[in-house]
Design a protein around this ligand. Sequence first.
Ligand SMILES: [Cu+2]
Length: 292
Amino acid sequence: MIRALDSFATRLATKAWLLALPVLALLGMPPARAESGWQQLNMTRGVTEISRKIYDLHMTIFWVCVAIAVVVFGAMVWSIINYRKSKGAVADVTLVHNTKVEIIWTAVPVVILVAMAVPAARTLVEIEDTSRTELTIKVTGFQWGWQYDYLDDGVAFFSRLDRKSDAARELLSGIDPTTVEHYLLNVDNPLVVPVGTKVRLLITGADVIHSWWVPAFGVKKDAIPGFVNEAWFRVDTDKPGLYRGQCAELCGRDHGFMPIVVDVRSKADFEAWLKEQAAQQKQAAVPAAATG
Ligand SMILES: [Cu+2]
């Protein structure tokens, strides 16, 4: 077994140039805008400043890794081909230590790591910068749904899996899930936010740890009972629409059934929606207060 693995590894090493082919294919590719083909394998660019910065960081580090792989595998392949036994190569058994080489192979990785840490730290600092936000929403994770509180406007509502998906997911429901649109991805009440606005989320949990994750925003933050985590996003002004996410922390039986939907609207539409919600909730609260 070991010998088989060993010979496989040797064969793989001598054919390492084959590994370079997909990389070369990627290099020759036009920068496709549409999410198709090879692009589907990659991280998406998202629709916020931060998500784009994360994407750029991801690509920078990717190319650094590619460059390292080319150098390391290149050196390996070159040595294997040029110093093989059949060519009369004899192993040097006298070399045990070389200070110069050791200094180089310590210093070079340190320089590479520091060079990668600088842009990464810069992006991390920006992700954590929740100053000068224009709208604050408290997000509370429940088993199994999300509550959204627009703290400055007295609007609050619960968002959970839409009824159609919920009915179809029941065991022996007799409903074909493929007939349900956006099966397990839709909610009854999506989170509504305006475009071009720095929205701050205060994220917490009511029972167990959940995690609020919307990939297109570059936001994934744990919702922990007893803690308030902060996150922020600003959706590009030209990118209103529906964005989807999931709970990203295994939180119990129905963890897979608490999707997130964010409805990003123009500022005017959002203001109108918020006003309407505030009026509705005020009205609903009056009889409850009178009878209570
Ligand atoms: Cu959860």
